[in-house]
Design a protein around this ligand. Structure first.
Ligand SMILES: C[S@@+](CC[C@H](N)C(=O)[O-])C[C@H]1O[C@@H](n2cnc3c(N)ncnc32)[C@H](O)[C@@H]1O
Length: 200
């Protein structure tokens, strides 16, 4: 689901970049991504996360996409040619990733899964495109944070089948992930690195 005007203001500002910088620092402390890695960011918004991923991990390939073409236009401006490096931007849907099975080393998603009406389908799609041992690095929010009295009146999110901590962890396991690290506030959300397990 695309953002409304209020949430676009919340995510497209320097405070959000500072928060994302902290998120990436935490991820870097938990895991390692090799320089030859093929990396995807889903729901990249205006591209601040993609730039931080590139600066932190220098992957060989970095793709980033968003459902909202206006975000991709903004990302194109934010990651101005020359400073963009290897980041390829496109408009796409997290529920239909345009990759073959098992080709990516890492998928990043900052605040995206809770925008998907079929978030379990989104998790399955991420698991599908990751190699065994590949990483899903996520920052997610729980309904107490975005479906409270005030947030409901300001922002726009899918209403049904929302995930709390235990739902997300169960669905991650069902999609074939094991948590490598997590930092969680159960009334707010979670930062986590999940590793795709090899099929036995
Ligand atoms: C809360 S914003 C986060 C943006 C950015 N990742 C950040 O952290 O600042 C969620 C983003 O997910 C995008 N989005 C929502 N549904 C999507 C989908 N099905 N596929 C891809 N992107 C989606 C929205 O357009 C929006 O840019």
């Amino acid at each position: 689901m695309k953002l409304n005007r209020a949430e676009r203001l919340v995510v497209n500002n320097p405070v959000r970049v500072m928060i994302q910088r902290g998120v990436i620092r935490w991820i870097k402390g938990v895991t390692r991504i090799a320089p030859q890695a093929r990396v995807l960011e889903i729901g990249c918004g205006r591209g601040a996360g993609a730039r931080l991923i590139q600066e932190a991990f220098h992957p060989a390939v970095l793709h980033a996409f968003d459902l909202d073409y206006r975000m991709i236009l903004q990302a194109g401006r934010y990651l101005k040619v020359g400073r963009r490096g290897r980041i390829a931007l496109y408009v796409g849907d997290a529920l239909r990733l345009p990759y073959r099975d098992g080709v990516l080393d890492a998928v990043f998603g900052f605040g995206v899964l809770h925008h998907l009406p079929d978030w379990r389908g989104g998790l399955r799609e991420i698991a599908r495109v990751l190699k065994p041992g590949g990483l899903y690095c996520l920052e997610e929010f729980y309904p107490q944070f975005y479906q409270n009295f005030l947030a409901r009146r300001i922002f726009l999110h899918p209403e049904h089948d929302r995930f709390y901590s235990h739902d997300l962890r169960k669905a991650l396991t069902e999609a074939g992930f094991e948590l490598q690290g997590r930092l969680e506030q159960k009334r707010l959300g979670i930062l986590a690195v999940a590793v795709k397990q090899a099929l036995i």
